[in-house]
Design a protein around this ligand. Structure first.
Ligand code: BTN
Length: 294
């Protein structure tokens, strides 16, 4: 049960069973109680139009008084950023948001923070799978969510704050994206949830479930990190496939043997060498008898 307690310029504060949450929300009213139900989010920032929610979240990170975790959600995102300097296409059916988090190094050492990519991808995958069931949803390492051979969501993790002690999780999810209006390359590689469900689907109604799932998966990651790798393995798109990965400027080819308990990709090259890859971009992989470019 929440009640309105304090007014301030851009929004209001909700208080109830938890400490007050700073809220500026202009999305569907019914979604707000769901967003705040777990008490995990400490502030919500609605943006009618922004170039990039990740960039905005990084600006918020400069202010040490920000109540975290903070959700930054855009009605319109005009310059979405993707991994490796790519751009992210979105329209009025795409859910685009970022979460700004503080992760005390005492809880999770910094060298484990890159695993947050898998943790977040897994949370989005969980929710998408429930919505499009029985369609098959898979994760392309480290965090691209795939339905039916096409990408439906991408995650961009960035560090932020003066001491790089904050993390931004940026997520773009094609909920009701009209891909016929997208650039040809996006049309070819992307999928939209709306094409796998019978009923109209509103992008913002999906958000609370994703927020809850991210909070749960982060908690699991802190307590039982190996469980993340186990869950990821169950939905890994690449296990058993021949692939080429771009890592540290080098292309390496081999068969994917899944991921290890730290979330690193295991590769078995044609020369019989077994590698574990910490970061990189899978640029192509085989799908049955066919090939696929990432
Ligand atoms: C990728 O697959 O390359 C990652 C795409 C991440 C896109 C999201 S949309 C919301 C957030 N803001 C950004 O500018 N990028 C992320």
């Amino acid at each position: 049960m929440f009640c309105l307690s304090v007014s301030f310029r851009e929004g209001f504060e909700l208080s109830g069973d938890h400490d007050p949450i700073k809220v500026d929300w202009q999305g569907p009213p019914g979604v707000l109680p769901q967003l705040t139900r777990s008490g995990w989010l400490r502030s919500i920032h609605w943006l009618s139009e922004v170039d990039s929610t990740n960039r905005h979240a990084k600006l918020l990170a400069e202010d040490r008084r920000q109540a975290l975790p903070a959700l930054v959600v855009a009605k319109t995102q005009t310059g979405g950023r993707g991994r490796r300097g790519r751009s992210w296409f979105s329209d009025s059916g795409t859910l685009t948001f970022s979460i700004l988090l503080a992760i005390p190094e005492s809880e999770i050492p910094r060298d484990r923070w890159p695993q947050l990519a898998l943790v977040s991808g897994l949370a989005v995958c969980d929710v998408v799978a429930e919505i499009v069931d029985p369609a098959e949803v898979r994760l392309k390492w480290p965090n691209d969510v795939y339905i039916d051979g096409g990408k439906v969501a991408g995650v961009l993790i960035e560090t932020a704050g003066r001491d790089n002690d904050r993390v931004v999780i940026g997520i773009g999810l094609n909920v009701a994206t009209d891909l016929s209006q997208a650039p040809a390359e996006v049309q070819q590689r992307a999928r939209s949830i709306r094409d796998f469900v019978d009923m109209p689907i509103d992008r913002f109604t999906v958000l609370p479930e994703i927020i809850d799932r991210i909070a749960e998966r982060i908690e699991q990651w802190k307590i039982e990190p190996a469980a993340i790798a186990t869950a990821f393995s169950q939905v890994c798109l690449l296990t058993g496939r021949e692939l080429t990965i771009d890592t540290a400027g080098q292309q390496v080819a081999g068969r994917c043997d899944g991921i290890d308990s730290d979330g690193q990709l295991k590769l078995h090259t044609a020369d019989g060498i077994r590698l574990t890859i910490r970061s990189g971009e899978v640029v192509s992989w085989n799908v049955g008898a066919e090939g696929c470019d990432g």
